[in-house]
Design a protein around this ligand. Sequence first.
Ligand SMILES: Cc1cc2nc3c(=O)[nH]c(=O)nc-3n(C[C@H](O)[C@H](O)[C@H](O)COP(=O)(O)OP(=O)(O)OC[C@H]3O[C@@H](n4cnc5c(N)ncnc54)[C@H](O)[C@@H]3O)c2cc1C
Length: 419
Amino acid sequence: MAGPESDSVVVIGGGVIGIACAHYLNEAGYVVTVLESGTLAAGCSYGNCGYICPSHVLPLATPGALREGVLSVLNPSATYRIKPRLETAFIRWLWQFARRCSTLQMLETAEHLSAILESSAAEYRRLLADEIDGTEYRQSGLLYAFQTTKAAEAFSASERTVAARHGVRSSWIDGVDLSDFDGALKPGLAGGVLFPDDASLRPDRLTAQWIALLKDRGVIFREGVRFENVVRSGRLITAIETSEGPMKADHFVLAAGAISGRLASHFGKALPVEPGKGYSITLDRPEGSPHVPMLFLEHHVGITPFDTGFRIGSMMEFAGFDTSIPRRRLQQLRASASHYLSGDLPTVNIEEWYGWRPMTWDSLPIIGAMPDTDNVSLATGHNMLGLTLAPATGKLVAEHVQGRTPHIDSSPYSAARFN
Ligand SMILES: Cc1cc2nc3c(=O)[nH]c(=O)nc-3n(C[C@H](O)[C@H](O)[C@H](O)COP(=O)(O)OP(=O)(O)OC[C@H]3O[C@@H](n4cnc5c(N)ncnc54)[C@H](O)[C@@H]3O)c2cc1C
């Protein structure tokens, strides 16, 4: 048998969630091995927008999302797009999602998201101040900029008011002042809302630095090793089968991103996690590039400045585990950003990327016990917020493995809600 033999935990999946779980488990004294079927942190945790955004309390399932989703079926250019598929699990997922597109459900989900967002933001502040360096972390807030007053007012009426319910600070910036705030913005925009407590970093730098730190602390990372099945004795998983042979541990954590829903069936129960595909391009950093992370909601696109470039990211496609990067989608990212940014964008894409967000139909992550097992924890379903929610997730998983009372109420994230 390969692997650790006592007080050991194997984490399946080497994305930001698996890494965060390894961090807090290592801190709690466990011998931790992270299994990664491909390259560490090269999945959805790689090319995302890098926002640490406690302001994002609103779920994807809002009252308007249902109409948008239905219309998108006929429009391949829609940023938020559902490609119909005759798969029972997907149809069930859509049905449950549609049921949640109401104001009441939205507010309830926001309540549950708010707790874990707050905890994670606090953990990040500590980790990035004391333990993890070199991530291009910017505590410069997140700006939502608008072309039209109508869109700005609609935003204020929903997202900003909900954020206010949860004590999320924000301030209005008049259109005329926007280009002073960030010179990359075009004159003539209607205005913007700044969430000063949001931050950004470069996601691949975060994961690289975090992995290096954990290796120093004794965490074992095994790349190119795929989890395939489990060896079960009643409620206990005694070992897992991997592409490199069986591996024993006292406890297992499933943190395999969008594929986790399918992999969970090996532990006894498939979970409703669907891939929500997004794209990003990373460009060079000429004079006049953005300094502050920004979101342009009218065109559903985000901008993240890095030291050596900036990223444009967007789209939410429900199209299964599709691996293509259509040119028209990348062109769309450029065209969307150009509505707000002055000057021409650099013509070359330094990086072109897609990632599968692990989407649950209720926009809440799945953290805690795997049903019908005594030694498996789940850490998946982080939707559009996996980077932001990683530290609090890792902390909750470590508490679960230790059998300790969770630092926040974790019942809303329990897989028991799918029974
Ligand atoms: C365009 C875009 C922008 C985004 N922007 C943000 C943002 O600004 N802020 C934010 O908080 N979130 C953002 N997200 C969401 C965030 O990227 C995800 O929620 C997060 O990366 C999920 O992390 P993960 O570790 O669960 O999944 P992943 O990073 O996908 O990691 C899962 C890992 O498991 C491995 N794996 C799979 N199967 C197996 C197996 N059988 N055995 C072993 N390993 C396996 C995979 O290879 C993969 O490396 C964005 C997403 C997209 C697409």
